[in-house]
Design a protein around this ligand. Structure first.
Ligand code: GLU
Length: 278
């Protein structure tokens, strides 16, 4: 029996969407039909009776496009863009999710909140309460108040921390890459696709360092593998898949051989250990 055959039984799923999968490459503005398909897919996961969380990037790119800012020069400019973009993003999510009869919530996390035990416990309790009310939480980093020194910086690792915090059993990272290759496919045409990673070893991690992030998001393959390490230790399988067509979400959950799957290897760990490494 393949690991993917168990995906049908996953009870709590975290889906991370990269900025590049939400906006048009040419303008940086929201790709509405794509977001509509995403919300339909996620709504259906909820309708199947599973708990689902969306970790969505895009605040900064959406704010930048709304304000007509080309290149961001300073932290405060970035943070202002995030403040403008986050509400725009939520407005669209809320509209589309409402059309499918779903209630959404916004949870903006900071690394500082996760480091503090009481805040962490409160955040966990809030998630649990929202699940019991049937709500779909939409998470992002609170980019507007973060500092350079203490921040997640990328939503790949943030989504893995959320997975660990709420004991989810599957994390799906969706971006503009198909999954893990043996080398950078943009540079090496002979790079082979890896559809399953049972154990993440040092060789794979060093391979990943060679691949760069996309034009919009902040994470490349290295942050995705760091996410896999956290999710695996926390007892969740993880899939990296291409978000070209969000209809693949239900196909992943049905166990189709899409993207790269990383096996869970739950072990004793402290969330603090991971947080300190970010
Ligand atoms: N939090 C950032 C945003 O919403 C994105 C971080 C990332 O790209 O991973 O713009």
């Amino acid at each position: 029996m393949s690991i993917r055959d168990h995906f049908r039984d996953k009870r709590r799923v975290v889906i991370k969407i990269g900025s590049s999968s939400l906006v048009h490459r040419e303008t940086g503005k929201l790709n509405l039909p794509k977001i509509e398909i995403l919300t339909r897919e996620v709504s259906d996961i909820r309708n199947q009776g599973r708990d689902v969380v969306v970790v969505s990037s895009g605040a900064i790119s959406v704010g930048r496009a709304a304000l007509g800012i080309g290149t961001l020069h300073s932290l405060k400019e970035k943070q202002a863009c995030a403040a403008v973009g986050q509400v725009r993003l939520m407005m669209i999510y809320q509209k589309f999710f409402a059309e499918y009869g779903q209630t959404t919530a916004q949870i903006l996390l900071t690394k500082q909140t996760m480091l503090d035990e009481e805040s962490r416990t409160n955040a966990r309790n809030t998630f649990e309460q929202l699940f019991s009310l049937g709500v779909i939480p939409i998470v992002n980093e609170n980019d507007t108040v973060e500092t350079y020194d203490i921040r997640f910086g990328d939503n790949d690792r943030l989504s893995a921390i959320v997975t660990a915090l709420i004991n989810a059993d599957l994390l799906i990272l969706l971006s503009d890459i198909d999954g893990l290759y043996s080398d950078d496919p943009k540079v090496n045409p002979d790079a082979g696709f890896i559809s399953e990673v049972e154990f993440l070893d040092e060789r794979m991690k060093s391979m990943a360092k060679a691949t760069a992030g996309s034009a919009y998001g902040t994470g490349g393959m290295a942050t995705k593998l760091a996410a896999a390490e956290i999710a695996s230790a926390a007892g969740a399988d993880m899939v990296i898949a291409n978000a070209e067509d969000f209809r693949m979400i239900h196909r992943v959950l049905e166990g189709e051989d899409l993207g790269t799957v990383f096996h869970a290897h739950p072990h004793e760990y402290q969330l603090m250990d991971f947080l300190e490494r970010i």
